[in-house]
Design a protein around this ligand. Structure first.
Ligand SMILES: [Zn+2]
Ligand SMILES: [Zn+2]
Ligand SMILES: [Zn+2]
Length: 95
């Protein structure tokens, strides 16, 4: 996994972090959107800040910026990356 998360505090923006067909296909859907670890039974969903989720940007994959289209798998976070206030940080990866 390359790049780092945007990390901005999401606040009340709370946009859904989505995955494209490539990044969310099969078991990859259960990889943490930030660090790539196995998510397991945690059900913390990734969110986007106002900058990353606004308008058509909200329909881009939070991992690779591809167009999500109708796929719309949700990005998930592992226990480490989604714990406490970290779960309220934008999970979009910077290229
Ligand atoms: Zn993680
Ligand atoms: Zn962001
Ligand atoms: Zn993708």
């Amino acid at each position: 996994m390359s790049g780092s998360r945007c990390g901005q505090w999401v606040g009340h923006a709370d946009f859904t972090a989505k995955l494209c067909n490539d990044c969310g296909f099969g078991s990859r859907e259960n990889d943490c959107a930030v660090c790539g670890n196995w998510v397991g039974s945690t059900e913390t969903l990734g969110v986007l800040c106002g900058d990353c989720g606004f308008g058509s940007k909200g329909d881009e994959c939070s991992q690779c910026s591809s167009w999500v289209g109708s796929f719309e798998a949700r990005a998930k976070l592992c226990n480490d990356c989604g714990f406490g206030t970290r779960g309220e940080e934008c999970c979009r990866l910077k290229p």
